[in-house]
Design a binder for this molecule. Structure first.
Ligand code: TYD
Length: 207
């Protein structure tokens, strides 16, 4: 059976991930590929309930509880949605994955990076994205973009220092796994970003 390709988009709030997921999906669809768009947290029935707890800032949870809820969402998501689609040869494009946990819970909240990596290994084994796009931009600008559309969930309530730590974390993660990551300046026009991402993925996977 043909195996699909698992692509993830990462970045801080307001970095334009959702726009890029949509643009890239349309581009591959137009070329005749089977494409599945998905996201974390919350793209399964169980995940929707987990997401409610995770993002509702009125429900107090500590950092470890938060970490485990993200993984609970992820293990369900991988088994129920991602793996079956890959098995059927889909290009799966996912808005956020384990790199978000490393950046937000690890670098942002200060949970041990080793703990997150070990947990990931125990729960998902070797399963990981084939390719990851990191949309990088200054935290001030990302937050401002989101404020303009009035988003106020648990993470949008965090201060600029938190979001700077998340951004730096992402850049550090990407610098360790240069092969898997494409780091993109998210200030650039969306169409131009999509063209570059598409060109690079097509080249790497011979599409
Ligand atoms: P969402 O509304 O989907 O926002 P975005 O458009 O920024 O992806 O909210 C997801 C939030 O959850 C986002 O603030 C990042 C956070 N998050 C983590 O902290 N850890 C994780 O592992 C994941 C997947 C997301």
């Amino acid at each position: 059976m043909t195996k699909g390709i698992f692509i993830t988009f990462e970045g801080i709030e307001g970095s334009g991930k959702t726009t890029q997921v949509n643009l890239l999906a349309e581009k591959f669809k137009a070329e005749g590929f089977k494409v599945l768009k998905t996201f974390e947290p919350g793209d399964t029935l169980a995940g929707k309930k987990i997401r409610e707890i995770l993002l509702n800032s009125n429900v107090p949870i500590n950092s470890l509880c938060e970490l485990l809820l993200y993984f609970a969402d992820r293990v369900q998501h991988v088994e129920e949605v991602i793996k079956p689609a890959l098995k059927e040869g889909y290009i799966v494009i996912c808005d956020r994955f384990t790199d978000s946990t490393l950046a937000y819970q690890g670098f942002g909240r200060g949970v041990s990076i080793d703990l997150i990596r070990n947990l990931n290994k125990m729960l998902l084994g070797d399963f990981m994205p084939d390719f990851t796009v990191l949309l990088d931009l200054q935290a001030e600008i990302g937050l401002k973009r989101n404020k303009d559309i009035n988003k106020r969930d648990r993470f949008e309530m965090e201060d600029i220092k938190f979001h700077n730590k998340v951004r730096e974390g992402y850049l550090q993660i990407a610098s360790i796994e240069k092969e898997r990551f494409l780091v993109i300046d998210a200030y650039r026009p969306p169409i131009e970003i999509c063209e570059e991402v598409h060109r690079k993925i097509s080249l790497i996977f011979g599409l």
